[in-house]
Each structure stands twice: as structure tokens, then as C-alpha cells.
Design a protein around this ligand. Structure first.
Ligand code: PLP
Length: 375
């Protein structure tokens, strides 16, 4: 129940963040990047011609540089976002048996895809309660190990490392949708690192990007020759073929590509991945510390090492988080709602690289003001 008084609270302008967008995706996009959509003269032109292909090439090369991907790995892309990639991976990367770590909604969705696929064995799932971390363990016969680096629904971060004791040919497939570009990663022993661009890359949705190891590419080729029927739209061989030509199988959203390139350029120019990760960690660190210092708030994720540096989830006590949210929204501070199915008295704040520590501090000052006004 939203109290009518909540929406009438006027947060003083000097407390408000410079940009009120704190959503976990779509996330804030710098105004200068949006302006580039108009100024770069690419909108409304063919994605098969040199200018847009040069844009795609710069994205592929820029991501390789920014993420520090090893020699031989490829940056592959296609339409449909991370959710589409779950389908592509199910039909084009899992040979027979996938093992998953599930500790929130996004990890659960991929596990459901592989589990229900009629041509695969039932999936093995290592599960943890929301707010906790599950990690995969070696499973007899598993040929793909899958988990999210950052579980956006709960704000839990997972290590990304090879699975001890896994069969040598097994692939590791990491959902980096909300962590790529804002959390450091070591690709040793990691075969697929995929994401959508509307989170840390401050772009719009609709695209999937996957960094793939030579082993992953070999698995794609193996399964392509194994006779499994796959619609062209879900075909990884076709996606690979197009990506190598700096294209996509079907028409991409050019604005999404333009915004993605702008953010890749900006992250490269502002110190690269380690600097971006440090900024995100500082901004979320401020929010966690603030929550610990307030009687009415506490970090939802109890173990500090599990707390996400890019998505901070904060539980509230003695004050209704939906009232806080309503007051913030009335003052232009948007999208700090908890993940819909979690059902907690909670706020969730993204601190992707487009946000700053100053904005995080302004957000907590604004929440302090609202809580006081509601009391
Ligand atoms: C947002 C998100 C997704 C879904 O991305 P779409 O582009 O909407 O398909 C998947 N995994 C994680 C971890 C996410 O944060």
C-alpha cells in the first residue's frame, strides 16, 4: 500500500543525484551517448555495408581489449539478448548434460531451458536460497557447467573459475549479463562469457554478445555435425559465421550498437576494466556501508564476499520500502524496486560504471530524507 503522503515528499534539490536512473537494466545511458545516435549518421543505413560493419568491428575489438580476452577467443554477437543466448547455448553448446548453479531468477531460467530440452539429459542443479551463493561441483557425465557471475535478481556475486574435477572436455558457460564491463574476470578455463548490453554497457536491449574460447567453437562445430535440428535464428554456426564478418544473422538495432560502442570507448578511455570495476565497487560499497550504519536498513546479502559490486540489495525494517520507492520516483529517482518475485521489503540499486560514488551518496542522502519525512 503506497501512502499518499509518500508521493508528496519533496526531496531538496541539493540532495538529489545528478541522474536519477538506478535501474538494474535497462540502466542509465549517458546523454552524450544518446546524442551520438543522431550525430553518427548510421541510423537508417544498411547493416551489411561498410560503415555499420566498421561499427560492429570496433565493438568486437574494443570488447576484446577491454575484457582482456585471450588470443584465439572470439567475440560473437546476435539478436535476442541473454535470454536468446540461453536457447542458442541449449541447442548449440550443451552436448548431453548441463550442470547449473542457481541462486536467483536468471540462473534458474537458463537451468530450466536445458532441463526441459528433450534431446538432453535432465540437468543437475546446485541451488541456494535467495541472498546466498551456490557454486557448481563436478558431476559425472556433465559436459557444460553454467552459472551467473552476478545474480541480478538478488545482488549476489559468484567467483568465475574452472570447475575442479570436471571432465577435461566440459565447457564453462558464464552469464555475465550484469557484470561484464564492471567486474574483473580471468578467462583461464572459461569457455563462454555472454551478456546483453543494457546493463554495465549502458546500451539498449535486444542483443547478445558472447566471448567464446576455441574449445567452445569446437563444441559448436561438433554439435553442428551431429545432426541436431536447429532453427537458423538459434544457430551458433550461423552466428559465428556472421560475427566473423562483423554482421549479425538478421537486422540488429543500430541504436543499441551505437550506444554499446560509445560505452566501450568510454570505459577504455577511463582506465579500462580495473578502473571501471573499482568505480562500481566504490559506489556499491558506499551503499552497503550506509545500510549497515542505519537502524532501518541492512544489506540483504549477509556474507560480505557474496555482495555484488554492481547490484546492491538493501532490506528495510520499520519503514515500507514501497513508500520510499514512491517518494523517490516522485522526485525523479527511478527503478530501485526489488526483483519482482523476491517479495521482500527491499530496494535494489545498480551501480554500473555509468553511475558514480557521488550519485550513490546522493541516493542514500535522499533515502535518509524520505525515511525521516515518513516517520
Ligand atoms: C538482465 C539479465 C538477463 C536477461 O537479459 P535479457 O537481455 O533481458 O535477455 C540474463 N541474465 C542476467 C544475469 C541478467 O541480469
Amino acid at each position: 500500500m503506497v501512502d499518499f503522503a509518500a508521493r508528496d515528499i519533496k526531496i531538496p534539490a541539493n540532495l538529489l543525484p545528478s541522474d536519477g536512473r538506478f535501474g538494474a537494466g535497462p540502466s542509465r545511458i549517458p546523454a552524450a551517448h544518446v546524442a551520438e545516435i543522431a550525430s553518427c549518421n548510421l541510423m537508417g543505413t544498411s547493416h551489411r555495408q561498410a560503415p555499420v560493419r566498421a561499427l560492429v568491428r570496433e565493438i568486437r575489438e574494443g570488447l576484446a581489449d577491454l575484457l582482456g580476452i585471450p588470443a584465439g577467443y572470439e567475440v560473437v554477437l546476435g539478436n535476442g539478448g541473454a535470454s536468446a543466448f540461453w536457447a542458442l547455448a541449449t541447442v548449440g553448446l550443451v552436448r548431453n548434460h548441463a550442470a547449473h548453479a542457481v541462486f536467483g531468477e536468471f540462473g534458474a531460467k537458463f537451468a530450466k531451458e536445458t532441463d526441459r530440452a528433450p534431446f538432453l539429459a535432465p540437468s543437475t542443479v546446485f541451488r541456494a536460497e535467495p541472498g546466498q551463493l551456490a557454486v557448481v561441483e563436478a558431476v559425472e557425465g556433465a559436459d557444460a557447467y553454467c552459472w551467473p557471475q552476478n545474480e541480478t535478481s538478488t545482488g549476489v556475486i559468484s567467483p568465475v573459475a574452472p570447475v575442479a574435477g570436471a571432465a577435461p572436455e566440459a565447457l564453462t558457460i558464464v552469464d555475465a549479463t550484469s557484470s561484464a564491463g564492471a567486474v574483473e574476470v580471468d578467462f583461464a578455463g572459461i569457455d563462454v562469457y555472454y551478456f546483453s548490453p543494457q546493463k554495465a554497457f549502458a546500451s539498449d536491449g535486444g542483443l547478445w554478445i558472447a566471448v567464446m574460447s576455441p574449445r567452445a567453437v569446437a563444441r559448436v562445430e561438433e554439435l553442428a555435425g551431429a545432426g541436431r535440428w536447429v532453427p537458423d535464428f538459434l544457430s551458433l554456426p550461423i552466428a559465428l559465421d556472421n560475427s566473423r564478418k562483423d554482421q549479425t544473422f538478421n537486422t540488429p538495432a543500430l541504436a543499441t550498437l551505437i550506444l554499446l560502442r560509445a560505452q566501450v570507448r568510454e570505459l577504455l578511455a577511463s582506465g579500462g576494466l580495473s578502473a571501471s570495476a573499482a568505480r562500481a565497487a566504490a559506489a556499491s560499497g558506499h551503499i552497503y556501508t550506509w545500510a549497515q550504519e542505519r537502524a532501518f536498513a541492512s544489506p540483504f546479502v549477509e556474507r560480505p564476499e557474496w555482495r555484488s559490486p554492481v547490484v546492491a540489495t538493501i532490506d528495510f525494517e520499520g519503514v515500507d520500502a514501497t513508500d520510499i520507492q514512491a517518494a523517490l520516483r516522485a522526485n525523479g529517482v527511478l527503478d530501485v524496486f526489488p526483483y519482482r518475485s523476491l517479495g521482500r521489503n527491499q530496494l535494489r540499486v545498480a551501480t554500473f560504471p555509468a553511475a558514480s560514488v557521488d550519485d550513490a551518496a546522493a541516493l542514500t542522502a535522499s533515502i535518509d530524507y524520505v525515511v525521516e519525512a515518513l516517520a
